[in-house]
Design a protein around this ligand. Structure first.
Ligand code: PLP
Length: 300
């Protein structure tokens, strides 16, 4: 499998586990990571319903808007990105990319952003931009969840492994729910919350499963220990871990999602939290373009 990179270093050896990383960051040069999977069926639905314009929401560093802009350009949709906060000039690399791809950017205040899905506000957006197909922030809806069932096809286990683990970073929990909905081979899935207060994710994932009519296969959990102070927050220790990891494996990580997840996984491995003999697949969910933004800049 070209998308699974073997990681064999002092930590995995000491823990006696096999570790591979599923490189969803490499599925396409411009449109990659889990955001593509969350968009795919949304765009199909938009086309099916005769929409030519797709509108969605995100912060100034949104991997989701980045993916939507690229997808719109590739598949011929007009895209509108409603951005929380101001469009400070010059645009940061994420938003500059969105605009280059043809996305129309529309900034709204943080207060407006909170009520962005109210009927009255959506009516205002329609008056301004015309009819559109709405994809929620982060692509976190039923179509988004169902699109993520595809990711499971990339999990290739060796026939002799006993304890199988999947590790991934969670923001809304939609990707985790989709993977649970698509599972064909039993394994234990751990979602690492990148948000402070990620305890809500357990219930949210159950809701997503319910909304798409999928049974809960069990054997999954949310780990809330590695948020590093909250969404988008980083520490020097985290950045140093990422640099070190990239130096030894050649695999780039970003600090908002996959960096936190891998830090958490390596801590578990170092503490003996994962049984020796386990086979682990960590999901690289993409988002590498975010490294160009000064908030999360990682000098190498
Ligand atoms: C959005 C994102 C996630 C989180 O996915 P959810 O489905 O919201 O849990 C993980 N990794 C990356 C790189 C992302 O951009």
């Amino acid at each position: 499998m070209p998308l699974l990179d073997v990681i064999d270093d002092s930590v995995t050896r000491a823990a006696g586990v096999s570790l591979r990383m599923l490189r969803l960051d490499k599925v396409h040069p411009l449109l990659s990571g889990n955001k593509w999977y969350k968009l795919r069926l949304n765009l199909e639905a938009a086309r099916h319903q005769g929409h030519t314009t797709v509108l969605s929401f995100g912060g100034a560093y949104s991997n989701h808007l980045h993916a939507l802009a690229a997808a719109g350009n590739l598949f011929g949709f007009r895209t509108i990105g409603v951005v929380r906060g101001e469009l400070t000039q010059p645009l940061n690399p994420t938003l500059a990319f969105c605009r280059e791809q043809g996305m129309e950017l529309h900034a709204i205040s943080r207060t407006e952003y909170r009520s962005k899905t109210d009927g009255a506000f959506l009516a205002e957006l329609t008056a301004r931009f015309g009819d559109f197909f709405l994809v929620p922030e982060g692509g976190a809806n039923t179509a988004g969840v169902l699109g993520c069932t595809d990711i499971v096809r990339f999990l290739q286990w060796s026939s002799h492994s006993r304890d199988r683990h999947v590790m991934l970073a969670c923001g809304t929990g939609a990707t985790l729910a989709g993977m649970l909905a698509g599972l064909t081979v039993p394994c234990q899935i751990t979602g690492f919350s990148v948000l402070k207060g990620g305890e809500f994710l357990t219930h949210r994932v159950q809701e997503f499963l319910h909304e798409c009519g999928a049974a809960d296969p069990g054997q999954w959990q949310i780990n809330t220990d590695w948020h590093f102070g909250g969404y988008g927050r980083v520490t020097n220790e985290l950045l140093e871990f990422i640099r070190q990891f990239t130096r030894t494996t050649g695999i780039p990580l970003e600090p908002v999602y996959t960096g936190k997840m891998m830090f958490g996984l390596y801590s578990l491995l170092a503490q003996g939290g994962i049984a020796s003999g386990s086979e682990i697949i960590a999901i690289h969910s993409g988002g590498l373009q975010g490294r160009n933004d000064n908030v999360v800049n990682i000098p190498t």
